[in-house]
Design a protein around this ligand. Structure first.
Ligand SMILES: [Fe+2]
Ligand SMILES: [Fe+2]
Length: 389
């Protein structure tokens, strides 16, 4: 076993050798493939790149095994019932390798080029149409890579919650969520390896957000960061990606992941709603500030600067142009429509923190529906076999 311990997350793009990738539609073949469709490697060939972080996690046993028949218990049961298997429930062979054929047609490219916020930005205007199409490809790969890294973060936080959450139902739920997040890591990793062919490193803003959540001692801050902010962010991003893609495999796997994430957010809101009430005013303000800071990181720092660098642009300048032109506006609306009502419901839009959110211009969303209002019929729907539309 080869473990390479590093001080920080790698900064370079990882490319998967074509001969080691899975055969798609008979296009090419490899001698042997693992269950997940990727290459099989001997243990000696795999280099594990491990970044150590330390966390003074305060954990708890629970010596009262009686089970409260509450919403949390019901969500746990639902999680077990709606389990899926990435190897069997995603039809991986529906589309070719993106290196051979991109899953978007001329019409889509035309509409991208026309309705493109970069128009008028000199480095963009200087690029050929082929180069601009390459930009869309790189940008999609960057997003999918951040989904993968974010899911790994969620896996690590969920596993911490199983140890640190103080109540029995929450421990069981966190354990089931841990398995959900493992499947999410699995599907995004497989998609990048077998369809896209390369992977971008984790972006600094996302890494900072994950570090903040993973290394805080207080379990409920992890809980808030993970179930309200990170999952809210993930749901907004997954819905956007699912609407934008015409790749049936990606549509299918996002459908499965979104189902799980919606349940995770619902669990978080319902649990925190009761828990936050047990805190002192000062403790509550602390949590409210933490949630606000996590929102700021999500707004300002999740930008594809590595893609800008790939094209040789000045990353700071391009980032400024992007923010000025409100390129992320749609995504941010989706994010805050979800996060702000949830923060209000769990009691974290305190009088002290409200003016800061007002400055961000997101308080219009405070009275929208929350994920705490459980639509059991929607959550209980069985998984649909064909979800590629
Ligand atoms: Fe997830
Ligand atoms: Fe999740």
């Amino acid at each position: 076993m080869l473990i390479n311990r590093v001080e920080d997350a790698p900064r370079s793009i990882t490319r998967f050798r074509r001969e080691n990738r899975v055969a798609q539609n008979g296009a090419d073949s490899v001698a042997s493939t693992a269950d997940d469709g990727t290459e099989t490697m001997s243990p000696a060939e795999v280099e594990h790149v491990a970044e150590i972080f330390k966390t003074p996690l305060t954990c708890s046993y629970n010596w009262d095994y009686r089970v409260a028949e509450d919403r949390i218990r019901k969500l746990y049961e639902l999680g077990k019932r709606l389990n899926w298997n990435a190897s069997l429930d995603v039809h991986w062979d529906q589309t070719p390798d993106w290196q051979d054929a991109k899953p978007w047609g001329e019409e889509q490219i035309e509409s991208w080029l026309e309705d493109n916020p970069w128009n008028g930005y000199p480095p963009w205007d200087a690029m050929s149409v082929e180069r601009r199409c390459e930009y869309f490809f790189q940008n999609q790969c960057w997003s999918l890579s951040q989904f993968l890294h974010g899911e790994q973060g969620a896996l690590l936080v969920a596993s911490q919650l199983a140890s640190s959450a103080p109540t029995f139902n929450a421990k069981l739920y966190a354990a089931s969520q841990t398995f959900d997040e493992a499947r999410h890591v699995e599907v995004f990793n497989r998609f990048l390896k077998t369809k896209v062919g390369f992977r971008y490193p984790v972006t600094r803003g996302l890494k900072d957000l994950l570090d903040k959540i993973l290394t805080d001692e207080r379990w409920d801050l992890k809980f808030i960061g993970m179930q309200i902010i990170l999952e809210g962010l993930a749901l907004a991003a997954f819905h956007t990606a699912r609407n934008d893609t015409s790749d049936p495999v990606l549509k299918e796997l996002l459908y499965l992941v979104i189902r799980d994430e919606a349940r995770h957010v619902t669990f978080g809101v319902n649990y925190l709603e009761e828990y936050i009430q047990t805190l002192s005013e000062e403790e509550r303000e602390d949590r409210a500030r933490f949630a606000y800071e996590a929102c700021v990181v999500s707004r300002d720092r999740l930008i594809a600067t590595d893609v800008f660098r790939y094209f040789g642009w000045d990353a700071d300048e391009a980032k400024r142009v992007l923010v000025e032109r409100g390129i992320n506006a749609d995504f941010q609306t989706r994010l805050y429509e979800r996060v702000i009502p949830n923060l209000k419901r769990i009691g974290l839009l305190t009088d002290r923190i409200r003016p800061k959110f007002e400055e961000m211009g997101v308080m219009d969303f405070e009275n929208l529906a929350t994920d705490g209002d459980i639509d059991w019929r929607e959550l209980e729907k069985p998984l649909e076999p064909d979800v590629t539309e």
